[in-house]
Design a protein around this ligand. Structure first.
Ligand SMILES: Cc1cc2nc3c(=O)[nH]c(=O)nc-3n(C[C@H](O)[C@H](O)[C@H](O)COP(=O)(O)OP(=O)(O)OC[C@H]3O[C@@H](n4cnc5c(N)ncnc54)[C@H](O)[C@@H]3O)c2cc1C
Length: 408
């Protein structure tokens, strides 16, 4: 029989694995469960950009500041889970120079370092850049490998006395007198836990998990397509310097580049259309920056679903919904020992986890502070060990599948 933990974390994406790591490092007995392999939700299906924050600098300075701070932290603690490629915001002839200048000023305001390169300097860094490039702004973007990142967080949970259970779906919550009394876990766990506290880190599925406790968490999920094509080494991440649109990021990934993405509302994060026009749009738009991708061989295409939280949102394309995160204390909704963490980005997963773990520690009367920003992740300097963790937790997912394909 599996023992009941003090805290049950539901959802083994980056956020849930990060919450479990944070709690375990505070000495709290924690179990992490996912209905599939770890990262099989959105984390392992994201684009894999370690944001500098420049994308959001003028529209969401608070989110941009979170990104640049966490970008520094993740580089420090996560070693081989990231690659320091740098990034360029590329202005083409059709783009508004005033937008470029405004973004640059906004970056400087929130502490994102920028360097402006003229067209010749851009061509030196990216020889096959579009001929109509005007200039670019270099920013500290990077590439993150979600399989490794999620698995390394899970390994840290176990190293600190917690337990990790892939293929163990939460099936039901029993609530009595305003408290979760029991959590029924199926799959490989097949047991009922009686945790003191439950964290809902189920991403785009957070509404379903909250509903098991009779609580409303209004998610507004939006899907996005990614297309990987053969390309050979590209140096920096390329971002189109214009208002966020479909197909404005090209990510270097070993001998591929990953083109993305789109934003289309979905009703159900499991059952949704994967439309050909999205694939075509990613290629066509990204080819405006990097013409060679138009004719390159497509190696993989996949979709992910953004876990957007929008209690009051109308039905737009959801691009305008905040990428900020929310740690929701459901004591305010009549369930005293349940919290949800929703929204956010892969880049800010650790900060989301810290805020959520603070909330849980408060409820449990634990004074230990978070230490996750300063502690190196297990295996961070050893890609083979990280990949072995990914195997242990069945965490190999589409975002970085080519890493593993190449190794076989
Ligand atoms: C197309 C796209 C591109 C993106 N690109 C980037 C990017 O480049 N950079 C960036 O920083 N961010 C990016 N994001 C955002 C980022 O990927 C997400 O915000 C982040 O990965 C969400 O992590 P999470 O752990 O909260 O959710 P998830 O990773 O979805 O984790 C939730 C987990 O809960 C599990 N679950 C659900 N129901 C149950 C249940 N009943 N029992 C047990 N487990 C359950 C799921 O299986 C899932 O693994 C992108 C998102 C999308 C969709």
């Amino acid at each position: 029989m599996t023992r009941s933990p003090t805290v049950l974390v539901v959802g083994g994406g980056a956020t849930g694995a990060g919450v479990a790591r944070d709690l375990a490092r505070r000495g709290i007995d924690v179990a992490l469960v996912d209905r599939g392999g770890l990262g099989s939700g959105t984390s392992g299906r994201s684009h894999g950009l370690l944001h500098s924050g420049a994308r959001y600098a003028e529209s969401d300075p608070v989110g941009a500041e979170e990104c640049i701070e966490e970008n520094h932290v993740i580089r420090e603690i996560a070693g081989e889970c990231v690659r320091d490629t740098g990034g360029l915001f590329v202005e083409l002839a059709a783009d508004d120079p005033a937008y470029f200048d405004a973004k640059r000023a906004a970056c400087e305001d929130v502490g994102i370092p920028t360097t402006v390169l003229d067209a010749a300097a851009v061509r030196e860094r990216v020889p096959d850049i579009a001929p109509d490039v005007e200039r670019a702004m270099a920013v500290p973007d990077g590439v993150v490998y979600p399989s490794r990142l999620v698995a390394a967080n899970a390994a840290a949970v176990e190293a600190n006395g917690g337990t990790v259970h892939p293929h163990a779906p939460l099936e039901a919550l029993t609530v009595e007198d305003g408290r979760v009394l029991a959590a029924t876990i199926g799959g490989r766990v097949d047991a009922t836990f009686e945790p003191a506290f439950v964290v809902n880190a189920a991403g785009a599925w957070a509404g379903d998990v909250a509903a098991m406790a009779g609580v409303d968490v209004e998610m507004a999920p939006a899907r996005g397509a990614m297309v990987a094509v053969d390309h050979g080494a590209l140096g920096p991440v390329l971002n189109r310097c214009r208002e966020p649109e479909d197909g404005d990021i090209v990510l270097p990934h070993a001998d591929e580049v990953v083109l993305g993405t789109t934003s289309v509302p979905v009703d159900d994060p499991d059952e949704y259309e994967r439309a050909d026009w999205e694939r075509a749009r990613c290629v066509e738009e990204c080819a405006a920056m990097l013409p060679a991708v138009a004719d390159a061989e497509v190696t993989r295409t996949w979709w992910g679903v953004r876990p957007l939280y929008a209690p009051d949102e109308a039905d737009t394309d959801r691009r305008g919904i905040s990428r900020g995160f929310f740690a929701l204390d459901h004591a305010d909704d009549g369930v005293a020992n349940l919290a949800s963490v929703v929204g956010g980005k892969l880049t800010t997963y650790r900060r989301m986890a810290e805020a959520t773990a603070d909330l849980v520690a408060d409820h449990l009367g634990v004074d230990e502070p978070s230490t996750t920003a300063d502690a190196t992740l297990p295996g961070a300097d050893d890609p083979d060990r990280l990949d072995a963790f990914a195997d242990r937790y069945d965490a190999r997912n589409p975002s970085d599948a080519n890493l593993y394909d190449a190794a076989r």
